[in-house]
Unconditional design. Structure first.
Length: 72
């Protein structure tokens, strides 16, 4: 018999959800809406940062090469 962390994860998530509902005195739907809002904000920030990555690499790569040569 093998041990799986999946039931432990779901139990911890459910317990955290109940504790958050009791602690904040908000309903479960209000907390779900808040969680969805934060998840969307994280994805939006990630999309913006990934879009800037090629430009940053173009700027930083020559500096990194110079630093590596200096450290040799």
């Amino acid at each position: 018999m093998t041990f799986s962390f999946q039931p432990v994860f779901w139990a911890t998530l459910a317990l955290g959800w109940v504790v958050a509902c009791l602690k904040t005195h908000r309903g479960p739907l209000a907390l779900l809406g808040l969680a969805v809002t934060h998840a969307r904000a994280v994805l939006l920030c990630a999309r913006r940062e990934i879009g800037k990555m090629p430009e940053r690499c173009r700027q930083q790569y020559p500096l990194a090469v110079c630093e590596v040569r200096r450290l040799r």
